[in-house]
Design a binder for this molecule. Sequence first.
Ligand SMILES: Nc1nc2c(ncn2[C@@H]2O[C@H](COP(=O)(O)OP(=O)(O)OP(=O)(O)O)[C@@H](O)[C@H]2O)c(=O)[nH]1
Ligand SMILES: [Mg+2]
Length: 354
Amino acid sequence: MEKHPLIRAYETFIRNRSLNKIGIIGQPDAGKSALINALCPSKAHTSVHTDATLETTAYPFNDYGFLVDFPGVGTEEVTVQKYKKIIQNEAAIEHYFYIFSSKIKEVDIEMIKYLSKQEKMITFIYNKVDALIDVNGEDDKEILMRDKDTELKVTLKPYIKTPLKYHFTSVLDDTGIETLKLHIESIFEEEQKEYMLRYNDASYLESYLNYKVNSSFPKLFTPSFKKIVLKENFKVIERTIMTHFKIQEDDIMERRKEWIDIDKFVREFEEMKEKDKNNGLSQLMEFTKIVQLIRTSFKMKSINPVTVAVSSIVEMGLNNTFPIFQAIAKYVEEIKQIAREVIEDDQKQNNNAQ
Ligand SMILES: Nc1nc2c(ncn2[C@@H]2O[C@H](COP(=O)(O)OP(=O)(O)OP(=O)(O)O)[C@@H](O)[C@H]2O)c(=O)[nH]1
Ligand SMILES: [Mg+2]
């Protein structure tokens, strides 16, 4: 069955808030980009030094996870200070792969200390293991790899609590690539669970719906709003709000068994006002009340856009606009409630399917 457009929009909202990225960081020329090429279906830029990676780029690993290519640590182009900024900008990345292909340097230690202080998880990878050769011509891979692990332990033990062990890889002869893929999949699987938790979390749903209410304001109070109000052409407003929330006619009919009408709300609020006539509002009072109503209904922090929108209407000499604004606010509330029900139904279905 085709997914409801509202459900798809909500999924994107949740996905954009998930942390399913792994940062690929490490020594210059260590083969970070080459590893990404070996792991991801799309291609990263590998270098012959001239096109070294200088910014971060995210490459999709699968449907819900990205590998992010970082520049090499300790080059003239990117200072350590600049590097820390790049990491700060990528605050959503919680997991880093630190790629080595030679001796551990001071800058590596500084960056690793920094990452660990930011509470990032780090996996240590030693790439180009095919080229691992001892200065004495010693060629026993097992011994050379053990020595590398020892260097890692001894150097980083003061700063890192997690077990210090390299994952050895070679892009050239495919060593360790498949197991690295499995490792990445297991990290993203955790993320997928997190995603489901967030998807079903009432507070995420609330913040999504509030965001929709909030962002509907500029769509409603456009220059043509005056004309619409003058002609009492409320169908246009209904359409705008429904489209904005991605609510379809069927959603309303199935859940309410009748059409929701701004027109009807206006009449209701007018009647209420009529009964209240004795404490008759002055035009200024009405203006203030409208501004207040819009601010609270649309959760507007700044009063400016509201006053601009409202004053242009009141300037038209339109008295008695308060019921119209009340009716629109009520309509937005109703559509928001239907959107909530559509998403909650999907959450229930997901839970039953599990
Ligand atoms: N022998 C060998 N060479 C490799 C391996 N992986 C990458 N290379 C080579 O190393 C060079 C650098 O690779 P890149 O992937 O550009 O390295 P990088 O870490 O992204 O480099 P920067 O972005 O400049 O920091 C290229 O010439 C690759 O072909 C490997 O496993 N073994
Ligand atoms: Mg690179």
